[in-house]
Design a protein around this ligand. Structure first.
Ligand code: AP5
Ligand code: MG
Length: 210
């Protein structure tokens, strides 16, 4: 099964992707993670992407679509995958439909008032895990791999405000895009813990696999 994970910054796409990957064996492909790896490696794509990410804007479509197309050409995705953070506007969604078949769009819906705290309190690990300071009890290392946790550069109130603005203007219309295709499944994450959100998603995935 090929899945798109949709949701505002901080909605829990990465958190759910990690849980889904463990249970359903779908390959997790995050365009944000790909850009951050390129920034760390000092590649030309990384240099270009950094200016957009720091400004809370979308990296140009032609660059992003090419990255995803190349990634989906690799053999390891034959058993299914999850796209986290792609597509992010109607153009990207239409391009994706030209080179891939998407079965399901999981839309993680969270009240906007919760997002700023979730993102600014997030601590991440190089292995891809993310945590919130409120649940770390002062720990500074990843529970999964032991590496030190750090804060993403774009997780500051000013950039988060711009990312949310970009989301509502450009990405939110994708809810209707996938609804019209009959592929939308929305989970309300507001008051639910990550595990509770996952239970709702897992039930839907199991129903569809059968
Ligand atoms: P990206 O890395 O995709 O960032 P984002 O969309 O802003 O989403 P986040 O990673 O911030 O949030 P998340 O939904 O993964 O939340 P998480 O699970 O970590 O993109 C970064 C940038 O790259 C973009 O701004 C853009 O510039 C560029 N980019 C990427 N893709 C692009 C594209 N397709 N086109 C163009 N540009 C692109 O959870 C957040 C926090 O909440 C954590 O602390 C977590 O522990 C906590 N949490 C999670 N679930 C719950 C819960 N149920 N209850 C309480 N806390 C929770
Ligand atoms: Mg993420």
């Amino acid at each position: 099964m090929n899945v798109v994970l949709l949701g505002a910054p901080g909605a829990g796409k990465g958190t759910q992707a990690s849980l889904i990957e463990e249970k359903f064996d779908l390959v997790h492909i995050s365009t944000g993670d790909i850009f951050r790896a390129n920034i760390k490696g000092g590649t030309p794509i990384g240099k270009l992407a950094k200016s957009y990410i720091d400004a809370g804007k979308l990296v140009p479509d032609e660059v992003t679509c090419e990255i995803v197309k190349d990634r989906l050409a690799k053999g390891d995705i034959a058993g299914g995958y999850m796209l986290d953070g792609f597509p992010r506007n109607i153009f990207q969604a239409e391009e994706l439909d030209k080179f891939a078949h998407i079965d399901l769009c999981i839309n993680i819906d969270v009240d906007i008032s919760l997002l700023m705290d979730r993102i600014c309190g997030r601590r991440v690990c190089a292995c891809g895990e993310s945590y919130h300071v409120s649940t770390l009890n002062g720990a500074t290392e990843c529970k999964k791999c032991g590496k030190p946790l750090y804060q993403r550069e774009d997780d500051n109130p000013e950039t988060v405000g711009k990312r949310l603005d970009t989301y509502f203007k450009q990405t939110a219309p994708l809810v209707e895009y996938y609804e019209k295709q009959g592929k939308l499944f929305t989970v309300e994450s507001g008051k639910l813990s990550p595990k509770e959100v996952f239970a709702v998603i897992a039930e839907e995935l199991e129903r569809r696999v059968k």
